[in-house]
Design a protein around this ligand. Structure first.
Ligand code: VG1
Ligand code: CO
Length: 553
């Protein structure tokens, strides 16, 4: 038996005094704050200690750590390793350079049977010294901690007076290999390889290689965030796409000053490329931490809700999904296109609150195979996070397998299932009271609205969405307000849970059309009557003082 030296360690484990923090509450996806907030002495340490206190099984087990490469990523990772070591974690697995995308962290947790993982990211929120930072904590199934746990962590952060840390511990994040801090083994790994291997199990790589050989053209924009190296490995090295297929593929600490949010505003240049005469066959982008995706084809933007529905309709053609789909889920504000596909396939379609964590129980219980959100999130049972590159590969595989273009696939889909025109209007950085007043005013009209008519639309229901998890019976209340006009349309209102300044009000519009001559309308014109109606019903200009939304996606 080997004898462990326990005294005179070079990196003593210290208990350091901290004050309780009151603002460490997790939102829709982790905790997000300005970088300067995270840079306060003991702030991150306090939060991490609260996690270790609330998840005692991390001691003696494996912890995965990754991040999106943004400013403060490396410092946060060093702190997390030192605190993990002081809290008895047996093994820390961290991505080289601190780079691991959110879906790849989810996969690593599952692959290495870790007890949990940290993702340091504020997703698409701008980065840099004046930007945002964030942390997500994922549990052993690879999914984000649920509300019961994050509430317990929050309670703990408000009570802590000490945290434990292996003082002075520093790991060379750029060199792959193992080292030790006290009794903890720290493994710096290639954060791309295991994820790329998983994609090769799910998708038909030879067929996609062939698609490129036959002249198929892809443009993928990594927006200077985490997916650059993944795209390089998968599209260029494994699939043989020309290197010129990739835009902004080097991760930068400030994301190049940009806003890596793949949508019609922040990835506008892709829309222009798609509309160009000689546009590529598939154009796509991902966000800061690699979990979102935007899909376009030549002359055709695919809304996230349509992407979910169209992928659901074709998924059985792809190697990892030959057995067919068990079920589909979408977040409540996501358009109901997926419901039509589920009905046609004779499988259930679940409606969940916003935030990927609500899909995880359904995925774990084997009740769904694919799920998605209107916010450019799509994913499947392969991990417990939404997965941007997965969605791009799924589309690529569908194109390669069917031989059809994105536009042909979309049009055939709408002819069969009808089309859901869709848009989201965001009012950013509102005073909290103004945002709340819009919500309250609508709630105040819930009794009178059902049965009322407004132009072409009759209200069939007006309510606040709540969710009863069919797997564990947990409940989530106050998950958004809905005005439902039967199958024809919906207007939905929610307050964001990811912002770092003021309140963000989101208004979602959905209009369904089945008539052959209404399948190819200009989306913003198709939605104009509903937008006008919302202005009347919600008094947005009056209550917010804003003439128009800040962002339309
Ligand atoms: C937004 C989106 C939601 C998404 C969440 C996290 O939340 O609406 O659909 O799951 O961001 O996305 P909210 O509460 O601001 O509406 V991301 O790419 O973390 O990581
Ligand atoms: Co994200």
């Amino acid at each position: 038996m080997r004898c462990k030296r326990r005294t005179q360690t070079p990196m003593p484990i210290r208990e350091i005094a901290t004050k309780p923090y009151l603002d460490q509450k997790f939102g829709t996806a982790g905790l997000r704050k300005k970088v300067v907030v995270f840079q306060q002495p003991h702030y991150l340490e306090n939060l991490l200690q609260a996690v270790f206190d609330c998840v005692p099984e991390l001691a003696g087990q494996t912890l995965v750590i990754g991040g999106d490469g943004r400013y403060h990523n490396r410092d946060a990772i060093q702190a997390a390793i030192a605190i993990a070591a002081a809290n008895g974690v047996a093994r820390v697995i961290v991505g080289q350079g601190g780079i691991v995308s959110t879906p790849a962290v989810s996969h690593l947790i599952r692959l290495r049977q870790a007890a949990g993982g940290f993702v340091f990211s504020a997703s698409h929120n701008p980065a840099g010294p004046d930007g945002d930072f964030g942390i997500k904590f994922n549990i052993g199934n690879g999914g984000q901690a649920g509300e019961a746990l994050t509430d317990a962590i929050h309670a703990r952060t408000k009570a802590l007076s000490l945290y434990r840390i292996a003082e002075g511990a520093r790991v060379d994040l750029d060199r792959r290999g193992s080292s030790r801090i006290e009794a903890t083994e720290v493994e710096v790994i290639d954060g791309i390889a295991d994820y790329a291997a998983l994609m090769q199990e799910l998708f038909d790589f030879p067929r996609m290689r062939d698609w490129f050989k036959r002249g198929g053209r892809l443009v993928f924009d990594a927006m200077h965030a985490v997916t650059g190296p993944y795209a390089q490995r998968i599209f260029v090295e494994l699939l043989g796409a020309p290197a010129s297929s990739l835009l902004n593929a080097t991760p930068l600490e400030d994301f190049g000053g940009g806003h890596p949010d793949p949508n019609l505003i922040y990835a506008r240049h892709l829309v222009e490329l798609a509309n160009a005469e000689d546009g590529a066959d598939l154009l796509a982008a991902s966000d800061g931490d690699g979990d979102r995706n935007m899909i376009l084809g030549r002359q055709q933007f695919i809304t996230p809700g349509d992407s979910l529905a169209m992928l659901a309709a074709h998924l059985h053609l792809l190697p990892g999904y030959r057995e067919g789909l068990k079920g589909i889920a979408r977040s409540m504000p996501t358009c109901r296109a997926a419901d039509k596909v589920a009905a046609a396939l004779g499988i259930p379609c679940h409606e969940t609150p916003t935030g990927w964590k609500f899909f995880c129980n359904l995925l774990d219980a084997g009740q769904i195979t694919i799920c998605g959100e209107e916010s450019f999130g799509t994913g499947s049972s392969h991990v417990r996070e939404k997965d941007g590159l997965w969605a791009v590969l799924a589309w690529l595989n569908v194109l390669a397998t069917t031989g059809q273009s994105v536009r042909q696939l979309a049009q055939a889909h709408w002819r069969r299932h009808g089309r859901h025109y869709y848009a989201r209007h965001d009012y950013d950085e509102l005073p909290t009271a103004a945002a709340q007043s819009v919500m309250d005013a609508l709630k105040g009209r819930f009794a009178e609205l059902p049965g009322s008519r407004h132009g072409d639309y009759g209200v069939t229901a007006a309510d606040e969405f709540g969710y009863l998890d069919p797997v564990d019976g947990s409940q989530a209340s106050a998950q958004g307000l809905r005005i439902v006009f039967g199958d024809a349309a919906r207007i939905i209102l929610r307050l964001s849970g990811t912002g770092t300044k003021g309140a963000t009000l989101r208004v979602y519009f959905e209009r369904y059309e089945q008539a052959e001559d209404r399948l190819d309308l200009d989306p913003s014109q198709a939605l104009a009557p509903l937008v006008a109606l919302a202005e009347q019903l919600l008094r947005l200009a009056e209550l917010t003082g804003r003439k128009a939304p800040d962002v339309i996606t």
